[in-house]
Design a binder for this molecule. Structure first.
Ligand SMILES: N[C@@H](CCC(=O)N[C@@H](CS)C(=O)NCC(=O)O)C(=O)O
Length: 102
């Protein structure tokens, strides 16, 4: 897969850890860009306009043939990374259960 992945994160966040863990389990290179959420770094005009209008991390940035795209929400990012891997079960009920994870 010809893509570059960057996680916009605060390293103290469990929602960000989930994504780093998923990438590590799959052996996917993941760059990181850190923000201090307690200091309001995800509430700046630049962050809101360029990364996530919702003002929250994590956000997975994907650079590929489609361009540069930003994917907020930890479960969506984990699903994106795990697509086509054994981390996503084949069974329909097991897949739906995975979507319950927070
Ligand atoms: N449902 C979201 C929750 C995201 C979230 O609550 N992020 C928190 C840190 S874990 C945040 O960015 N807080 C800073 C703020 O709201 O200003 C997810 O799973 O990614």
């Amino acid at each position: 897969m010809d893509e570059a992945l960057t996680l916009h994160e605060d390293p103290r966040s469990g929602n960000c850890y989930k994504i780093r863990l998923t990438a590590a389990l799959l052996g996917l290179p993941l760059a990181t860009r850190s923000y201090d959420i307690m200091g309001g770094e995800t509430r700046t005009t630049e962050f809101l306009s360029k990364v996530n209008p919702n003002g929250r991390i994590p956000v997975l940035q994907i650079n590929d043939a489609m361009g540069v795209r930003f994917l907020p929400e930890s479960n969506a990012a984990c699903w994106y990374l795990a697509h086509g891997s054994a981390l996503i079960p084949q069974d329909r009920f097991a897949q739906a259960e995975k979507l319950r994870w927070n």
